[in-house]
Design a protein around this ligand. Sequence first.
Ligand code: SIN
Ligand code: FE2
Length: 215
Amino acid sequence: MVFIMSDLFSNSRPEKEEIYPDLFVLANFVKTETLLDEIKIITKASPFRKMMTPNGHKTGVACTNCGDYGWTSDRQGYQYSKEDPLSSKPWLAIPKQFSALAYDAAFFAGFKNFYPDACLINRYLIGTKLGSHQDKNEMDFSQPIVSVSIGLPAIFQIFGNQRSNKILEYKLEDGDVMVWGKSARLVYHGVKALDANRLAPKMSERINLTFRKSH
Ligand code: SIN
Ligand code: FE2
């Protein structure tokens, strides 16, 4: 299966910036309006929800999933599950245009043959942040992470190989895609509390799609 650049993409010659070793930002890589219809369908089947974490607090970010596996959290810990625990039904499949986007972004950043089986969809409202963490519940760390920003801009934080050692902050805008892998695969990262945007006062949220090969 090979995907080709389609109308989905904003840029025929996108920019690629390596902001940290093996971590790339593809600025304005995708026209995000085209993703919103699919997100609506997915969240109708599996609504955004805050998940319970092992420490007994709910996540600030609300999430849902599509794919063969969805990332979930409860008192017992984090895991990938084949079913939405709210409905006990399988998550909806990853839409074709999402897989094409993830494949092409990974390819463009130097990671061939990326076929994600999980797409975590996070929703941040104003004031929501995501603490420093590693993405480490996947089985094969030779596979990259592809992360798509939609809506309000957010400050992405990179902490390197220690949870609390902040190294870099980078502003992610609507349509930016980030890809990381290899030496950066287990990098600690997080998102600063979302700010309202004076230039777009009607915008109230940011959505992030994270594509992973979990199994
Ligand atoms: C994540 O690390 O799971 C999400 C990152 C983001 O929202 O940009
Ligand atoms: Fe993450």
